[in-house]
Design a protein around this ligand. Structure first.
Ligand SMILES: Nc1ncnc2c1ncn2[C@@H]1O[C@H](COP(=O)(O)OP(=O)(O)OP(=O)(O)O)[C@@H](O)[C@H]1O
Ligand SMILES: [Mg+2]
Length: 440
């Protein structure tokens, strides 16, 4: 995770930089936004920009958008008013961080915004075999396609490939094609020349060139529009790219890794993904099995997360009881490792006894489902009340009417649930009845 802090040198900034470094971030500090912009244009990217909320942050965010530079901005403030903090968020900052920051807050923001440079845990034979294969693929320079359900560890595996390749000393650059707005993706990947479009006031180096000598991860490749797919294919075949508005192609030396949690063959059949591109990408494919198909990993990962999250949250490290492990292993984990991690996060926070017990394990339906379709959540256009209602009713259907269980899954009290159901009943919404007395 590369953090770029913008602002005149002050002791609070140095403290924040230290806290971020301690958590594994690479931190750079520049005195002004134009200096930051210069670095970004040169392709010396950052994964997170920290900008002073008092320092015309709205202009900075607008500038980034105009130059089609896509990067999360977090506002910081040194003794700044709540109004300024609110204005920064309105201008498009992801978060507001009071400086000097609480180390936990820095950790939380680094984790929320950025990638995790974490240890890859593996205990299941299926995973051991897959990692063996990955090591052999890593030694080549060919494209690798990593497939698997959401949250199975595709990005983790891509980093593993990079670490075990001859490019390990070079950069690892990741672009999530589903997260970057379509209109910005071309510039993000290929860069542009000065004057290529309104707002292109300077040359900008894209992610392909930034990854030169290293690895480029294109996440959710199925979300790339066909025109860009053609450009990507050319980049793979010719090992050169064209900046937007550029006159000459630029040579790039990269290893490409692509991930997808959609069936690309089907996308080809539907005409949304180019067959020739899939052909190039899929020579070496690594298929990550869903977590439920690697039971030994569930236990190993749960122990790993219990320790890690306790440390991160400054809580006592509690071992998992045998019952807790049994319960974890029996769950379906539709959100895979990410859902397991979230679940352990809650358990670590909730546990009061000597161990984390089975009662402390509360899987959610939300975590997994949301991640399955990063774009088409189908929620836009609906009110919060409507979405809440469908979530509650669907969960209740899933528990066959069992109120206690549904409240546990939803993370609300049984009383709140009953009140909501009474309200829905009153509005004429059909509510699944409770199971018969002895079954409940
Ligand atoms: N083998 C593993 N060991 C430790 N942590 C893991 C492992 N696999 C996944 N994780 C953790 O689970 C989370 C999800 O992993 P990752 O982002 O790699 O999944 P993904 O398949 O890329 O997900 P998505 O489809 O949503 O992009 C991350 O926090 C990651 O650190
Ligand atoms: Mg991913």
């Amino acid at each position: 995770m590369r953090v770029l802090i913008v602002g005149a040198a002050r002791p609070e900034i140095a403290l924040a930089a230290d806290a971020a470094r301690e958590r594994g971030a690479e931190v750079r500090h520049v005195p002004s936004f134009p200096a930051a912009l210069d670095l970004l244009r040169q392709g010396q990217g950052a994964d997170l920009l920290l900008v002073d909320a008092d320092d015309e942050i709205d202009a900075a965010i607008a500038r980034l958008a105009a130059e089609r530079i896509f990067l999360p901005v977090v506002a910081y403030g040194i003794g700044c008013t709540p109004q300024r903090a609110a204005a920064a968020i309105k201008a498009g900052a992801r978060e507001f961080l009071p400086f000097p920051p609480e180390p936990e807050l820095i950790a939380a923001i680094l984790e929320a915004v950025g990638e995790s440079r974490q240890e890859l845990v593996c205990a299941d034979p299926r995973m051991t075999e897959l990692l063996g294969l990955a090591r052999r693929f890593a030694a080549t320079d060919a494209c690798v396609l990593v497939t698997g359900e959401s949250g199975t560890g595709k990005e983790m595996l891509a980093r593993f490939l990079h670490r075990h390749s001859r490019r390990a000393g070079g950069p690892f650059v990741a672009v999530n094609c589903a997260a970057v707005p379509e209109s910005l993706l071309e510039s993000e990947l290929f860069g542009h020349e000065k004057g290529a479009f309104t707002g292109a006031v300077a040359r900008r180096i894209g992610r392909f060139e930034e990854a030169n000598g290293g690895t480029l991860l294109l996440d959710e490749i199925s979300e790339m529009e066909p025109r860009l797919q053609a450009k990507l294919l050319r980049a793979i075949q010719e090992r050169e790219i064209d900046r937007i508005g550029g006159r000459h192609p630029v040579k790039v030396d990269i290893r490409l890794i692509a991930t997808s949690n959609r069936d690309l063959e089907q996308a080809v059949a539907e005409g949304t993904f180019r067959a020739d591109l899939l052909f190039r990408l899929s020579v070496l494919t690594l298929e990550l099995p869903p977590l439920r198909e690697r039971p030994a990993d569930i236990a190993a990962l749960a122990r790993h997360f219990a320790t890690k999250l306790a440390r991160l949250n400054g809580l006592p490290e509690r071992p998992l009881s045998e019952d807790a492990i049994r319960r974890l292993t029996a769950l379906p984990w539709r959100g895979n490792v990410r859902e397991l991690e979230n679940c352990l996060h809650r358990a670590v926070v909730l546990a009061r006894g000597e161990r984390i017990e089975a009662e402390d394990i509360h899987p959610t339906v939300g975590a997994g489902r949301q991640q399955e379709q990063p774009k088409a959540t189908g929620l836009v256009g609906r009110t919060v009340a409507e979405v809440e209602r469908s979530l509650i009713i669907d969960t209740l259907r899933h528990t066959l009417g069992n109120r206690t269980q549904a409240a546990g899954i939803l993370g609300i009290s049984i009383r709140t649930l009953r009140n909501k159901l009474r309200q829905y009943g009153g509005e004429g919404v059909p509510v699944p009845p409770p199971p018969t007395e002895h079954a409940a």
